[in-house]
Design a protein around this ligand. Structure first.
Ligand SMILES: O=C(COP(=O)(O)O)[C@H](O)[C@H](O)COP(=O)(O)O
Ligand SMILES: [Mg+2]
Length: 414
């Protein structure tokens, strides 16, 4: 029977092997005490197995609250645990409850992070993965050989559908590939979802009729399941190509229900992510996280950005981009969405470190607040990426391109 393998980074005041055994017991057939039904046969078939324990450093302070060490020492280790897929079948919520459930509450751990998951081959057949992925999104937007360039409508909340549509018109005329609602807006007092779809799609469809280029707009349909399905249909019927879901707040099964429709590219916004990963010894690493969402069917996934406005290091962002671009089964590959405080200046370092143009590169404030207007903001981003791929430095690019020079003047000196 196939098994699923999870890698954890742990910290414990006990022998790491002992703590790992507690984890394996608690997360499969065992509990805090032997129970009569837990026969040797049942255990043999259903118990989780500790596959390996690699002991790392010892520290003097616990990373998070848990059992107190008698000798004041806390041991860190990389632990691999496996489960038979018989335990949960092809059920993502139960898989997540097994790999990421009560184990975070086990007192024997003063730190625990799920680092990676190895999925058996049959998962590649049972789950279809992204419906569009990189190639599909490139076809929908008509962009080849460079990153898709996008923006987030800002102010995030407060604009009317007409104001949003007017902004989309300006951006489309400037050559933008992708626009999205902010995660804070789905249907608000002055911008109902349906009215916004009507106003924005009028602009996008008219622009597509005129130029042949259809801007991809990710409408944030996050809500209750029935409401999301209605909104999805509204986007499809209006000629839209993309829907956005706040995946953490909507939840795995509800988000997958939307992804399963497979008519629109799904922009997976990971807001709430900091809560799941910011502590180095708690939560889940992006490498494991993105695998779960690719199985569910996300086409585009946020990875933050180089020199971002948040806490994440460049190394972590680069690792996330690499994780997304790593092939999974024979599925389509998810598009890494670079965003957070981007304005074009970071294109050089992004390209230097990743050597890829298979990105959706987004700037909200970096486009909307461009000193020469949002249209010039789009142009500046295009220039920055062309220059980065051509091997120019930021300084050379600023000498060559006037819109990019204005962006450097405004954003480069913060
Ligand atoms: O609204 C923005 C960015 O706006 P701006 O371009 O004005 O900074 C996005 O929600 C975050 O980038 C998401 O971050 P992450 O990629 O970490 O999920
Ligand atoms: Mg946002």
């Amino acid at each position: 029977m196939e098994r699923i393998l999870a890698t954890y980074y742990i910290e414990t005041p006990y022998a790491p092997e002992k703590a790992a055994a507690v984890l394996a017991g608690e997360q499969s057939s065992g509990t805090f005490v032997a129970v009569p039904g837990e026969t040797a046969e049942l255990k043999q078939r259903f118990a989780a197995r500790v596959e390996s324990v690699e002991v790392l450093e010892t520290v003097n302070e616990p990373a998070i609250p848990g059992a107190t060490s008698k000798d004041g020492k806390y041991h860190r280790a990389i632990v691999k645990v496996s489960w038979s897929i018989e335990n949960f079948g092809y059920n993502l919520p139960v898989m997540v409850s097994t790999l990421q459930g009560n184990l975070y509450e086990i007192t024997q751990f003063t730190g625990l992070k799920l680092m990676d998951i190895e999925l058996p081959a049959s998962f590649g057949e049972q789950f279809k993965g992204p419906a569009f992925g990189i190639e599909g999104c490139r076809q929908l937007t008509g962009v080849q050989g460079r990153p898709m360039i996008g923006t987030i409508i800002k102010p995030s909340i407060g604009l009317s559908p007409e104001q949003t549509a007017a902004m989309v018109k300006t951006l489309a005329e400037a050559g933008i590939d992708f626009v999205k609602d902010d995660e804070l807006l789905s249907s608000s007092g002055n911008s109902s979802f349906n009215d916004r779809v009507d106003a924005v799609m009028n602009v996008i469809n008219a622009h597509a009729d005129k130029t042949g280029k259809k801007v991809m707009y990710a409408f944030n349909l996050s809500g209750e399941v029935d409401e999301m399905l209605q909104r999805y249909e509204k986007i499809v019927n209006s000629g839209g190509t993309c829907a956005m879901i706040s995946i953490n707040s909507v939840g795995l099964a509800a988000a997958k229900k939307i992804m399963d429709q497979r008519q629109l590219a799904i922009h997976a916004h990971r807001n709430g992510w900091g809560m799941l990963t910011r502590h180095p010894l708690l939560g889940i690493d992006y490498k494991a996280y993105q695998k779960i969402w690719r199985l569910a069917g996300a086409d585009q996934m946020h990875v933050n950005g180089i020199q971002n406005k948040f806490w994440e290091s460049d190394d972590s962002v680069v690792a996330s981009i690499e994780a997304c671009l790593t092939k999974m089964f024979d599925h389509k590959t998810v598009v890494p969405v670079v965003s957070s405080g981007q304005w074009g200046g970071q294109a050089f370092e992004t390209y230097r470190r990743t050597k890829t143009v298979d990105l959706l590169y987004m700037a909200g404030g970096g486009i909307m607040a461009h000193p020469m207007g949002a249209a010039a903001g789009v142009v500046a981003l295009q220039q920055a990426w062309k220059a980065a791929v051509d091997g120019l430095t930021l300084e050379d690019a600023a000498k060559q391109y006037k819109e990019f020079a204005a962006a450097v003047e405004k954003f480069g000196k913060r």
